[in-house]
Design a protein around this ligand. Structure first.
Ligand SMILES: C[S@@+](CC[C@H](N)C(=O)[O-])C[C@H]1O[C@@H](n2cnc3c(N)ncnc32)[C@H](O)[C@@H]1O
Length: 250
C-alpha cells in the first residue's frame, strides 16, 4: 500500500489567492491515481451523467473546435469527442500529473487524433481571440480563485455567438437536504477517501470548496459580469450540481 500524505489544508476562506492556487496544484498532483475511481464512487456515477448532459448542450457551428479547460483526466474532453464526432478537442490543465493520466486514457481509447493536450493556466489561455465554438470547464472553476478572470479568458477565445459552459457542484439550499449533504461532505466523503486516496485531506478541501462556492443565482451574475449573455442554468441531481451556459455576444 502506498504511503499516505498527512498534510492538512487550511479553509479556503482563510487563505490568499496565491496560497489557494498553490494548494490546488499540490492536491491534484497527489490524487491523480485514484481520481476517476473516487469521482465515480463519491457521486454514485452521477458524474458521468453530468458530463454527458454538458456535452449534449454544446453547439458546434463554425470552427468545430472545443476547448476543455481544467481538463484533469480528460473525461469531459472524451465525452465531447464521442458525442460530436466532427470536433477537434483541446484539453488544457496546469498540473502535469493530471495531464499524464489524461494522455494515457486517450491513448488507451485510440483518440489521439481527436484530442490534444496543452499544459497552461486557465487565467492565461495560449489561444487567439474567437478560436473555438465552445469552451467548457467541469468541476474546475471552484478551484480557481479569480472566477471572473477565468470566465473572461474562456469568453475571449470563443467565437461571437459561441458558448461557455460550466459544470459545477453547489451546496444545496433546501434546509433538510443541506443538513444531510453537509454530513455527507464533512464526514462520509472524507472517510471513504481515507480508504482509497493517498491524500485524504484533499477531500476535506473538496467539501470546503463546495460549501464556499457561490450559490447558482450568484454564479449566473458572475457569468454575466464576465461578459456572457443569455445565461441559463440547469439543476442536476437535486441541485448538487448545475450546468451553467452563457453565450458570447455578437
Ligand atoms: C476537479 S478537477 C476536474 C477535472 C475534470 N474536468 C473532470 O471533469 O473531472 C479540477 C482540475 O482543474 C485543474 N485546474 C485548477 N485550476 C487551474 C488553472 N488555473 N488552470 C488550469 N487548470 C486548473 C486542476 O489541475 C484539476 O486537474
Amino acid at each position: 500500500m502506498e504511503k499516505q500524505i498527512t498534510t492538512r489544508y487550511r479553509p479556503v476562506d482563510t487563505i490568499t489567492e496565491t496560497e489557494h492556487t498553490g494548494m490546488v496544484k499540490e492536491i491534484f498532483a497527489t490524487i491523480t491515481r485514484r481520481y476517476d475511481l473516487l469521482n465515480r464512487l463519491l457521486s454514485l456515477r452521477r458524474d458521468i451523467a453530468w458530463r454527458r448532459c454538458a456535452a449534449r448542450h454544446m453547439r458546434f457551428t463554425r470552427t468545430c473546435r472545443y476547448l476543455d479547460v481544467a481538463t484533469g483526466t480528460a473525461d469531459l474532453a472524451l465525452e465531447v469527442a464521442r458525442q460530436h464526432p466532427r470536433t477537434t478537442v483541446t484539453a488544457l490543465d496546469f498540473v502535469g500529473e493530471m495531464i499524464d493520466a489524461g494522455v494515457r486514457k486517450i491513448e488507451e481509447r485510440n483518440m489521439q487524433s481527436r484530442i490534444a493536450f496543452v499544459r497552461s493556466d486557465a487565467l492565461n489561455l495560449p489561444f487567439p481571440n474567437d478560436h473555438f465554438d465552445v469552451a467548457g470547464i467541469a468541476f474546475g472553476i471552484r478551484n480557481i480563485p479569480d472566477k471572473t478572470a477565468a470566465l473572461k479568458e474562456m469568453t475571449r477565445v470563443v467565437i461571437p455567438g459561441g458558448q461557455v459552459l460550466v459544470l459545477e457542484m453547489h451546496f444545496p439550499r433546501q434546509p433538510l437536504f443541506r443538513s444531510f449533504y453537509s454530513i455527507y461532505l464533512t464526514y462520509l466523503m472524507p472517510s471513504l477517501a481515507r480508504s482509497f486516496s493517498r491524500n485524504p485531506a484533499a477531500y476535506l478541501y473538496l467539501a470546503d470548496s463546495i460549501m464556499h462556492f457561490p450559490p447558482p443565482p450568484e454564479f449566473s451574475r458572475i457569468m454575466r459580469d464576465s461578459g456572457l449573455t443569455k445565461i441559463q442554468r440547469y439543476s442536476l441531481t437535486l441541485g448538487i450540481t448545475y450546468l451553467h451556459v452563457g453565450i458570447k455576444g455578437v
